[in-house]
Design a protein around this ligand. Sequence first.
Ligand SMILES: [Zn+2]
Length: 274
Amino acid sequence: MNNFNKAKTWLENADAIIVTAGNGFSKQEGLDILSEKDFDKEFSEVAQKYNVHTVGDALDKQFGSWNEQWKFWSNLVNKYSLNYHPSDTMDQLKSLLKGKEYFIATSSFGHFFEKANFDKKRIFNIFGDWTQMQCSSGLNHGQRSAIKEIKKIISAEEQGKEINDEFVPKCEDCNSPMELYMPLNSHFFPDENANTRFRWFLTNNENKNVVVLELGVDMTSPQLLDPIAALVMQFENWNYVAADLATEDIPDELKEKTVTFNANSHELIKKLCK
Ligand SMILES: [Zn+2]
């Protein structure tokens, strides 16, 4: 049986599928945090003032004021997430997961799977979700949606209003300014509820036929690589389908339980759906 047929058979026979989606997957959904393409044009003010030319650099930069920060964040999240239209791949992935138990663990913070209507209870955003916000005090005062605040800023800007301090969302517990819910600094607290749900999912499926489907995972999210590979090795009926990784990226002990495509995850999903 060739690799492709093997992957297809494993997926068809799976009781449960774990999707791990990394940076490469986000990129294909339109968010490439390392790309310089169009950044200076789209965000010229920020690019000039802070000498940043990619989304990643701009996120790492601390701006002079919270209102400046929120003006930029709002435009960024609006462009990549609120205005995001799920690709065909998202629909194809949905049909691949239809009728199966599934869980998605992703390092993408772009809110793509939620927006594509996957079950929110089956998603663990390991690096947060930038449509949500957290307290900037460094204390864990929870997370809440930032969508309303972002839309308010965007519409104020469209009306030519200045984005002043009044637009900066505040923590309901301690009144500190809020910041995007992602690991921009040491304040980041992973989503405990989603983490617990994911752990239960893993425990409940230890003895079942499970396939891990890796999509666009690379070294920028090691949390989605080694721990998952260790589980596949541990449980007899688990297999690993790696869209992007090459065979040499896979530990020797895992090779028999793995097929690798070293390809583009969109193309692979399209083929697997046929
Ligand atoms: Zn607070």
